[in-house]
Design a protein around this ligand. Structure first.
Ligand SMILES: [Zn+2]
Length: 420
């Protein structure tokens, strides 16, 4: 991805650097050749050359570009399981993924970690973004997702002939888990996404207290993935599934919904980050019935919402790490609403705006394995920045309103916003 050339000076803004440090009023950020040279008080800023580019933050907020830590660019208006398999051909899904990637960047998300992909599209989407063929977040790519046969992604009866081949590699036993990982590695996946547990979406056959992969299958997936230096994450709601995943060596947990103190201890011992993706639950409760969601499923989402909020508070209070990502791409939780997750964590879960922004920037970059390059506004890092017209700490929902963005920058290049 191309970076800006020469020196850029950003002034007249309040800096939130993403580390969790207190904001700096009247800050100056200086960029050189796409990287951050200085970020701090105006008084200490170095002199810039007379031909430097000047960006006026107009009294607004300067912060790191946001990181969507559970991104499904290939999911689009999903209302039932079949929509993740037979709804569109690969040709159209590829185009949709490119549209969603552009939208995410325009929404201030300069980086994203894929949470699973139809048809291995995310690997190639990442390449197209990195080569500046299309706009989008810097991606960490997952491939198709691994699930135990009969599990959360395989509960439709046989006569429906829904193989889920577009999205899922179904496994029976550890050896098939190893085989699935080898296939994903060969095709370029950086993250191996799995389904260790069930979900409220399938209450009859795989509810959110159910396990969908055995410990032996999970351990085999992890050992094979780590052999190839790939990372493993999984859809983990049930308490026992969370413990199995942590004992098997998972690198991240998606959701981490129902956790007891033993699960928390296992999590903290290995400092494994969790991406709760919780606004999805509220969206399911509020809008799911309009898309035909049965009441039993809505009730399951209510239990998931409460359990997930409790676990998220517990994790952060105990010193654990949370990423902000929202599983967008469902009919009731569409692409473009990404920042609703952040507002939700302030208003419903009770985190402070500064805590949420640290989760949405620094921790997101760490989950991607790129914490040394992006995620905070510090010297030496890539200038992936968001400049917002207004005080984001006073009203975090400003991040939901793209019309308030002055600039969305990647490597110092303004890609979106009013100054683009
Ligand atoms: Zn997901």
């Amino acid at each position: 991805m191309k970076t800006s050339q020469g020196v850029t000076r950003i002034t007249n803004g309040r800096l939130i650097d993403g580390t969790g440090a207190a904001p700096i009023g009247n800050a100056v950020v200086i960029l050189k050749d796409g990287k951050i040279l200085y970020a701090g008080a105006a008084a200490g800023a170095p002199i810039v050359p007379s031909d430097a580019t000047h960006v006026d933050a107009r009294g607004g907020t300067i912060l790191p570009g946001l990181v969507e830590a559970h991104f499904h660019p290939t999911y689009f208006n999903v209302a039932e399981l079949a929509d993740l398999d037979v709804k569109y051909p690969v040709e159209f899904v590829t185009i949709l993924a490119s549209v969603n990637a552009k939208l995410a960047l325009e929404c201030g998300y300069t980086a994203a970690r894929s949470g699973g992909s139809l048809h291995n599209i995310d690997v190639w989407l990442k390449k197209a973004i990195e080569e500046d063929l299309i706009p989008g977040p810097r991606l960490a790519a997952s491939g198709r997702e691994i699930c135990g046969a009969g599990g959360l992604m395989d509960w439709n009866p046989e006569h429906m002939k829904l193989g889920m081949e577009g999205l899922i590699l179904l496994i029976n036993g550890p050896e098939e888990g190893r085989k699935a990982v080898r296939k994903l590695v060969k095709d370029g996946a950086e993250w191996i996404k799995t389904y260790p547990t069930g979900d409220a979406a399938a209450p009859d056959s795989a509810d959110h207290h159910t396990l969908c992969m055995t410990f032996e299958e999970m351990a085999a997936v992890v050992s094979e993935a780590h052999n190839f230096r790939r990372k493993v994450t999984g859809h983990c709601r049930a308490n026992q599934g969370i413990k199995n995943a942590l004992r098997a060596g998972f690198d991240c947990l998606e959701h981490g919904t129902f956790m007891d103190s033993e699960a928390l201890d296992l999590l903290l011992t290995r400092d494994v980050p969790v991406v709760p993706a919780l606004y999805f639950e509220l969206a399911s409760i509020e809008r799911g019935p309009g898309f035909g969601m049965p009441q039993a499923v809505v009730d399951g989402h209510k239990e998931t919402l409460e359990g997930g909020a409790e676990s998220a508070r517990m994790i952060l209070k105990a010193g654990g790490r949370l990423g902000m990502g929202g599983d967008y791409g469902f009919a009731w939780n569409p692409h473009g609403d990404y920042a609703k997750e952040l507002t939700f964590f302030v208003n419903y879960v009770g985190l402070t705006p500064l805590e949420v922004l640290t989760c949405a920037t620094k921790t997101g970059a760490e989950i991607m394995g790129r914490g040394h390059e992006i995620g905070t506004v510090e010297p030496g890092k890539l200038a992936d920045l968001l400049i917002v017209d207004g005080d984001v700490l006073a009203d975090i929902s400003l991040l939901e309103d793209r019309s308030r963005f002055l600039a969305v920058m990647q490597g110092g290049v303004i890609k979106a916003g009013r100054l683009a």
